[in-house]
Design a protein. Structure first.
Length: 170
């Protein structure tokens, strides 16, 4: 676990203390990789927005390794519905994974973008990074069972919506 994960875990522990001491009912949502409209494409996070923006502007995308790294992506509106479901939850569980529940590789993202744009997306390939786990997909069964939540947006359709929005903003 890196510093980012350790910080998130420390916050979760703090929230549990607040609940125990003050009766503040908590629900912790562990999000995978949200994407969709309004995601800013000018950073290093948010691979869907970054790649789509670069592809729309015929700028190469940076790929670390062979593109086989797999992550779990969840559409932003699905995340919003998960928050509503968690706020209404009355059960004992406190922690819920919120993701698409499926793995999508960097190469899959690029193929999706190429299909949507009707052209090849240029890549700059760099050596794989040692800190990137090969696969990270969340188990969302607790959210499905207890929150009665599941992602509704298909990956390709969500990416298409994000691309359409990015076309309107530059």
């Amino acid at each position: 676990m890196g510093a980012y994960g350790a910080t998130k875990l420390a916050i979760e522990h703090h929230l549990r203390i607040e609940e125990a001491q003050y009766g503040l009912p908590i629900r912790i949502l562990r999000l995978s990789n949200p994407y969709g409209e309004w995601q800013q494409p000018h950073g290093v996070q948010g691979v869907i927005a970054v790649f789509a923006h670069r592809a729309l502007h015929s700028t190469p995308v940076d790929v670390w390794g062979d593109g086989s790294v797999v992550r779990d992506f969840v559409y932003a509106a699905d995340v919003g519905r998960a928050f509503v479901a968690a706020a209404r939850h009355q059960g004992e569980s406190r922690i819920f994974n919120v993701g698409g529940g499926l793995g999508t590789s960097v190469n899959d993202i690029l193929v999706t973008l190429e299909r949507l744009l009707g052209r090849t997306v240029e890549r700059r390939v760099f050596p794989a990074r040692s800190f990137d786990p090969p696969v990270n997909v969340l188990d969302i069964r607790r959210a499905q069972d207890e929150l009665k939540w599941k992602p509704e947006m298909a990956f390709g359709e969500g990416v298409a919506k994000a691309v359409d929005w990015l076309r309107t903003v530059a």
